[in-house]
Design a protein around this ligand. Structure first.
Ligand SMILES: [Mg+2]
Length: 124
């Protein structure tokens, strides 16, 4: 299974890569901001899921979600927002823009696994 992790924090990228590896993803790419993530997505191959941070320089998670959802070829690619933001309006905005799920930082592997299962991505 293939995943793309987009976060400006190298620590968060490392933690997510490790957790996704434990869950069963064997091809994990990462990017440090939404623009880099978008470039990676377009370069392919298309991941089974994209985990994207909210607060990032250059292009934030919200702009990333909107940019991806403007491209019909990624209609079936689940986008999971990983964020510290607790304001309900931000989550609603992200879901309305086309994010499929969200996870609050700090998160555990169990939470990530549970949310992936909701997206139909079962661990091995
Ligand atoms: Mg960030």
């Amino acid at each position: 299974m293939r995943a793309l992790v987009i976060d400006d924090s190298s620590t968060t990228r490392m933690i997510l890569r490790r957790m996704l590896g434990e869950i069963g993803f064997d091809d994990i790419s990462d990017a440090t901001n939404g623009q880099e993530g978008l470039d990676s997505l377009i370069a392919g191959p298309t991941p089974e899921v994209v985990l994207v941070d909210w607060n990032m320089p250059v292009m934030d998670g919200y702009e990333f979600v909107k940019a991806v959802r403007a491209k019909p070829e990624y209609d079936n690619t689940p986008l999971m927002l990983v964020t510290t933001e607790t304001e309900l309006d931000r989550i609603v905005a992200a879901l309305e823009a086309g994010a499929n799920e969200y996870v609050m930082k700090p998160f555990t592997r169990d939470v990530i696994e549970e949310k992936l299962a909701l997206l139909g991505l079962e661990s091995h």
